[in-house]
Design a protein around this ligand. Structure first.
Ligand SMILES: [Zn+2]
Length: 318
């Protein structure tokens, strides 16, 4: 159940300054060094600008949330020296906000039900004509007649809700990536199990929490045009974006569990405490010399977003 006091907190943050930063991990597992470096960067962007810094946990996908993960993540953020303002916000306690946004889009005629299964979308996407990217929705259900919808409803298929994007191209200026542009497909705002989609929740939350700049991993840049479109359709204020370089494993793939000891506790078990990990992160970002152990305050004093590396860092033991 939603805790009303939390929503009130969310509302009171809204529009305060509209300049806060945030870190918003999903609760699918412990943070690895790449996640932690992104958190450090988000904190540095916000704090160096004198802005607030918020932590929000993305726990809408209940099937993927593991008990105890939130506590572990927050402990790790503290261990590397990060602090944040106000209580941690949980998406699972803000359902009403998301439903309200979905209802507004629907009232404006911007949504339609989609009955496709994943397999059907994949099959349509790989058809010889059109050649949309594999995860792009080909528009199968966009123009279904009432009768066609009734037929699918009768077959017992619960629909997802998709937004009519009209194939609009969204252009934005990322602080690190520069000009970024993509065509937006008709993406899902409510899944067929009734859960608000990540794309919708993140947009609603960033606006409600007064986030002025979204700092997150470069792997999320591709979903930004969708989020900007939603921001516009909902009449919300667009945040600025800075997509920061990722940490990769030695195989060149995004750092993950398969790369071995990549969490704070796994490194600690090898005798590398959080200061050592923070020093590695700082070094990898050009904010410290090898052998130095900078404090978070040291890093704040040295931080200059324009001098950040633009290339990913390959993880190797510290
Ligand atoms: Zn469909």
């Amino acid at each position: 159940m939603r805790d009303p006091s939390r929503q009130d907190e969310g509302n009171s943050e809204a529009g305060a300054s509209g300049s806060d930063g945030r870190f918003a991990p999903s609760l699918t597992g412990p943070l690895h060094l790449g996640n932690l470096r992104t958190a450090l960067l988000a904190w540095l962007f916000a704090r160096s600008a004198g802005a607030g810094f918020l932590v929000r946990v993305e726990d809408l996908d209940r099937s993927r949330v593991r008990p105890g993960v939130e506590e572990g993540q927050l402990a790790d953020l503290r261990a590397i020296g990060l602090d944040w303002d106000g209580p941690v916000v949980r998406q699972s306690e803000r359902m009403e906000l998301y439903e309200e946004a979905i209802a507004r889009l629907d009232a404006d005629g911007l949504l339609y039900p989609c009955y496709c299964t994943r397999a059907e979308i994949r099959a349509a996407a790989s058809a010889p004509h059109g050649i949309p990217a594999a995860d792009r929705y080909p528009g199968t259900c966009r123009e279904l007649t009432k009768a066609e919808r009734a037929e699918r409803e009768a077959a017992g298929r619960p629909p997802a809700l998709r937004v009519r994007s009209e194939g609009v191209r969204v252009i934005f200026e990322d602080r690190l990536l520069g000009r970024f542009e993509d065509e937006v497909d008709d993406f899902v705002v409510r899944r067929n199990d009734g859960t608000p989609a990540y794309q919708l929740a993140v947009v609603v939350d960033d606006a409600a929490q007064g986030v002025g700049e979204v700092v997150r991993g470069a792997d999320l840049a591709d979903s930004t045009p969708r989020q900007i479109l939603l921001t516009r359709l909902l009449g919300l204020t667009e945040p600025a974006y800075a997509h920061v370089p990722l940490v990769l494993g030695p195989d060149g793939r995004r750092l993950a569990k398969r790369h071995g000891a990549v969490t704070l506790s796994e490194r600690a078990a090898r005798g590398e405490g959080p200061e050592r990990i923070r020093a590695w992160m700082a070094c990898s970002l050009g904010l410290a010399e090898a052998g130095e152990k900078p404090t978070p305050g040291d890093l704040l004093g040295r931080f200059d977003p324009t001098r950040l590396p633009r290339e990913p860092t390959v993880w190797s033991a510290v």
